[in-house]
Design a binder for this molecule. Structure first.
Ligand code: PLP
Length: 429
């Protein structure tokens, strides 16, 4: 019987096998047919500690019997308060910079980004109501970025065949060229010019663009971009949806550049990847611009499940795990494990551009049909699936983003499959 399920980002016409997963633990997925897979991308970059961390599973079970869901407009609960306090404490800080002191909850990375954009425009709108300058609405973005699939998030992301159908709904943005090595000054000069025109905000994925091809740029460029925005009083928004929760080696990528954004979006690993939750953090001036008795200044945003108590309990437990377990130690071991193995892979003639930041590694397969939309990706997916590995290459870019608990043996198996892919596809294509 054919399934009625319509899967995301899935080319149903290809009739690719759709593995049926029944159980998971750590970096392992168990399939209905009794076989297993190594989860090489933390199930879309979310299960940071591995699947079904017992503490997070227990926290969810406990909370489900206490308080499941509460309208969050004007009501609160301890799991949300605990997460908000914990997040504020963990945010990047720098002398002379206002702290990210206010937390707005939502349910996914895309909505956290939408909220960030709405906060930015709300800030300028409300200031204009106070007679403090013009309302601003233009958003600057970094070329090749991905911020999600809702209309606003798509508007600020790379345009292409994947959002062509919705072009009439997308708003205009200013695109700043990506800081490719040797061309960083072009980026900074373009940003300087664009900021002089007083846009509302500039949004970036700090240090690495994820879905746009795992493109890495250095902390000093992130810092310089933030400084330009500060100089022109343009709000700087960091989308740490992918980079957060230790992925780049530090808890948040902005730390490596000494950058404290005006607004920051976090999601994915906020619950250790067990259940959807996201948050958008803002500095006091953004919050204060909305704190008013005037109904015109209220922050008009919510969803039914804002700050769901079960999701918040999972996030609170995730914060406790970060405080009490040696997560940073695990990240250091995994980072080194990837570095050691990547050195071997880098010598393989079929590969180019080996790159790594923390626990994220990427390499490009040299192939005739390269590029994000090449037919290579489904063939590579099938190749890895046959070898017991869940990977989802971006065109000819093969990347890893494993759970921090993946062990050395599993990592060996992952890299053996990568070498095999190089042997097979390097000569075949
Ligand atoms: N922002 C970035 C940088 C992402 O990588 C993603 C998802 O991969 C998103 C936003 C959207 O997050 P979600 O898929 O939870 O909506």
């Amino acid at each position: 019987m054919t399934s009625p399920v319509w899967h995301p980002f899935t080319q149903h016409g290809l009739n690719e096998p759709i593995p049926h997963v029944v159980r998971a633990e750590g970096a392992t997925l168990h399939l209905a047919d009794g076989s297993s897979l190594i989860d090489g991308i933390s199930s879309w970059w979310v299960t940071t500690h591995g699947h079904c961390h017992p503490r997070i599973a227990a926290a969810i079970a406990h909370q489900a019997g206490q308080l499941d869901q509460l309208i969050f407009a004007g009501y609160t609960h301890e799991p949300a308060e605990a997460v908000a306090r914990g997040l504020v404490d963990l945010m990047p800080q720098a002398p002379g910079r206002d702290p990210l002191a206010h937390v707005f909850f939502s349910d996914s990375g895309s909505t956290a980004v939408e909220v960030a954009l709405k906060m930015a425009l709300g800030y300028w709108h409300n200031r204009a109501l106070d007679g403090l300058g013009e309302a601003r609405s233009r958003i600057l973005v970094l070329e090749h970025s991905y911020h999600g699939d809702t209309i606003g998030a798509m508007s600020i992301g790379e345009r292409g065949v994947y959002n062509a159908a919705w072009t009439p709904l997308l708003f205009d943005v200013g695109t700043i060229p990506f800081p490719h090595p040797g061309r960083e000054q072009e980026t900074l000069a373009a940003l300087e010019v664009a900021c002089a025109e007083q846009p509302a905000a500039f949004i970036v994925e700090p240090l690495i663009l994820g879905a746009g091809g795992m493109l890495i740029y250095p902390p000093h460029v992130l810092r310089a971009m933030a400084d330009i925005c500060a100089r022109h009083d343009v709000l700087f928004i960091a989308d740490e949806v992918m980079t957060g929760w230790g992925r780049t080696g530090t808890l948040f990528a902005c730390e490596q550049a000494g950058v404290v954004p005006d607004i920051m979006a976090v999601a994915k690993g906020i619950t250790g990847g067990a259940i959807p939750l996201a948050a958008t953090l803002a500095t006091p001036r953004i919050f204060e611009a909305h704190r008013s008795t005037d109904r015109a200044r209220l922050f008009y945003h919510s969803s039914s499940y804002t700050a769901n108590a079960i999701a918040c309990a999972a996030a609170a437990e995730n914060l406790a795990i970060w405080a009490e377990e040696d997560v940073r130690g695990r990240i250091a071991v995994l980072t080194q494990g990837i570095t050691d193995r990547l050195a071997v892979l880098a010598d393989h003639a079929a590969f180019a551009n080996p790159r790594q930041i923390g626990t994220i590694m990427a390499i490009d397969l040299i192939a005739a049909d390269a590029g994000y939309l090449s037919d290579l990706a489904p063939r590579l997916r099938a190749f890895f699936l046959e070898r017991g590995l869940l990977l989802r290459p971006l065109g000819n870019t093969i990347y890893l983003m494993p759970p921090y608990c993946i062990d050395a043996q599993q990592l060996d198996a992952v890299f053996a499959a990568l070498v095999a892919a190089g042997d097979y596809f390097g000569s075949a294509s």
